[in-house]
Design a protein around this ligand. Structure first.
Ligand SMILES: Nc1ncnc2c1ncn2[C@@H]1O[C@H](COP(=O)(O)OP(=O)(O)OP(=O)(O)O)[C@@H](O)[C@H]1O
Length: 249
């Protein structure tokens, strides 16, 4: 897989630590010219390798906007936003595509291809990322689905899976190419309490195993305890830079 080197993570001058995601004085606007509406105000955030961060806050506060900017899914406009030490603000299409290869995405509406089986959905993601043999594609897709407890559902079409199972396929699909970063937007919103916890614990386990950094945007109070740190957004501003969960216990 073509990846950017993690050795080149940003140095945080305040803490001296390294960051996989580094946001500095970020502003974002929607709309054109004088009609523009500012939705992010001077956002600053550093996320370290292997950290699991949950971002929460009221509806409309800018969480999804920030997540999509971090994922290179939308052009960042003002300030600095570095992913694996690569500046996203002002980056061209090619650079964004390259950065995106290091990121796995999980959304509320899992976005599985309904005409493909669980295994084919995972395989397709791997095919897009890697040049690997058919045999390895098959092996890796099967292994990760077994790992998320779907070994007996490999050949089920996604429309025949439950909500929790679909979301587990989405997790397998996001993580099969071993991304450095996973960005998840409301991954438990469509799930009941048990399935929601299962799904997030699954993400936590895989992230620890793969030393992957995770940012989860959520309103779901039931999953806050999986985070290493919780950040809170309000009216386009990060109002705290993180509650360290370890210090709460
Ligand atoms: N494409 C867009 N064009 C114009 N305004 C937008 C667009 N997308 C989002 N907004 C506005 O930006 C603000 C932040 O929206 P965003 O979706 O980031 O909030 P959020 O915190 O993720 O909300 P929720 O928790 O409800 O998902 C809102 O006022 C929203 O109306």
């Amino acid at each position: 897989m073509q990846t950017l080197s993690l050795d080149s993570t940003s140095n945080n001058p305040q803490t001296g630590s390294q960051s996989v995601i580094s946001v500095t004085n970020l502003n974002h606007y929607f709309g054109e010219n004088n009609l523009h509406k500012q939705v992010l105000f001077d956002v600053n955030l550093e996320i370290a390798p292997g950290e699991i961060v949950i971002m929460t806050g009221p509806s409309g506060s800018g969480k999804t906007t920030l997540l999509t900017l971090m994922g290179g899914l939308r052009s960042a406009q003002e300030g600095s936003l570095k992913i694996l030490d690569q500046e996203i603000v002002g980056a061209g299409k090619q650079k964004l595509l390259k950065i995106r290869r290091n990121i796995g995405y999980i959304f509320q509406a899992h976005n599985l291809m309904t005409f493909l089986t669980a295994k084919q959905n995972v395989r397709m993601s791997l095919e897009l990322h890697d040049e690997i043999s058919t045999q390895d594609l098959d092996k890796q897709s099967t292994e990760i689905l077994e790992h998320v407890g779907l070994g007996d559902r490999l050949n089920y079409y996604s429309e025949n899976l439950s909500g929790g199972q679909k979301q587990r396929v989405a997790i397998a699909r996001a993580l099969v190419s071993r991304p450095k970063i996973v960005l998840a937007d409301e991954p438990t919103a469509a799930l009941d309490k048990k399935s929601g916890r299962d799904v997030v614990e699954m993400m936590q386990t895989l992230a620890k195993e793969q030393h992957c950094t995770i940012l989860i945007v959520t309103h779901d109070n039931r999953i806050l305890d999986v985070a290493d740190r919780i950040v809170y957004m309000e009216d386009g501003r990060l109002v705290n830079n993180g509650v360290d969960i370890a210090k709460m216990h």
